[in-house]
Design a binder for this molecule. Structure first.
Ligand code: NAP
Length: 300
């Protein structure tokens, strides 16, 4: 019999949803309507799916959502101009750049042009910098979502042995910073790590954000550990009729890890829905911050 507990994003995020709706309503009653502007460059099926989900969840939370489509060959200069116009538009309170973007787009520059006050993905260097100081309003959504999934286990973070696999600026590194703020003992593994399993096997909690299906197998996990799978991969599988089809999986080999783990997040349905919740949480937090800045300015 499986001993693991499945951590579903929809269930873990339910109590957070309610609070976001309450804060969003409170702001609207005072004339501060949260409005999330989405930037879509070219047509990409993955981006289209994210946009549909964001639109649906935003509507449930009283957040206005507007997707702006840009042609696939738009120049970086034109994109920068569009973002500057949105930064200056007081009706737009949050901006999200949908990925993937066409290869000629300079993602770092375009993303960095979004005003830190409207950067609801929490990816602007100014917002990441505040995470380092553990004094942030808009943190990176995926790292916040992943940490919320771990908190849902009820494990005491102080002194917890945590191993993070993957050290990207928007996922792995900020997860480490959030957990260190809660006094967990954190090890970060990456491409250069020798003997990955020697680290994962001693961890009370493992976060995996690499983008490599099947990277973490049951023999790499300590019995009873919490396994938070952030990876999203498309793999080809053969269905019962012998037909080939694409399937979404994480970085964790679910079938072998669930026999060992105490908790595990599924893919899809784990960190993904919680990331969406964190995006909406940031969208409301951005308006709260903008309202405070405005009030400070008029009272100065
Ligand atoms: P990324 O920028 O490509 O980073 C991948 C990280 O994995 C890098 O730090 C890389 O290290 C490390 N790595 C590569 N091969 C490794 C190996 N064999 N062993 C250990 N580490 C290795 O990707 P990302 O943006 O962080 O995203 C990671 C995954 O999470 C992707 O599958 C992405 O689709 C998914 N994701 C999910 C969500 C969600 O909401 N669920 C959100 C964002 C991303 P080096 O740099 O040293 O090579």
């Amino acid at each position: 019999m499986d001993s693991y507990k499945l951590l579903k994003g929809s269930e873990v995020s339910r109590p957070i949803h309610q609070k976001i709706v309450e804060r969003s309503n409170w702001l609207q009653e005072r004339g501060w309507t949260p409005k999330l502007a989405s930037l879509e460059i070219g047509n990409n099926p993955a981006a289209a799916m994210y946009i549909r989900n964001q639109k649906r969840v935003a509507a449930k939370m009283g957040i206005e959502f507007e997707n702006r489509e840009f042609k696939h060959d738009i120049s970086n200069r034109e994109m920068l101009a569009a973002i500057q116009a949105m930064n200056a538009d007081p009706r737009i309170t949050g901006i999200i750049l949908q990925r993937p973007v066409p290869p000629h787009i300079d993602l770092q520059t375009i993303q960095g042009a979004i005003s830190p006050q409207k950067d609801v993905e929490g990816m602007h260097p100014a917002n990441i910098g505040k995470v380092v100081y553990d004094d942030f309003v808009l943190g990176p959504c995926t790292s916040l979502a992943s940490v919320e999934m771990l908190k849902a286990t009820g494990l005491e973070l102080r002194g917890l042995e945590v191993v993070i696999v993957g050290h990207s600026e928007i996922v792995g590194k900020p997860i480490a910073l959030h957990l260190m703020a809660d006094l967990a003992t954190v090890t970060i593994c990456h491409h250069g790590t020798r003997n990955l399993s020697s680290h994962t096997r001693r961890a009370d909690a493992i976060f995996v954000a690499v983008g490599k299906a099947g990277l973490i197998t049951g023999d790499m996990v300590k019995p009873g550990a919490a396994v938070i799978d952030i990876g999203i991969n498309q793999i080809e599988v053969t269905d019962e009729n012998g037909e080939k089809k694409m399937k979404t999986v994480g970085d964790v080999d679910f079938d072998s890890v669930r026999d060992v783990a105490g908790w595990i997040t599924p893919v899809p349905g784990g960190v993904g829905p919680m990331t969406l919740t964190m995006l909406m949480n940031n969208t409301v937090a951005a308006v709260e911050q903008q309202k405070k800045s405005y009030e400070r300015m008029i009272n100065a």
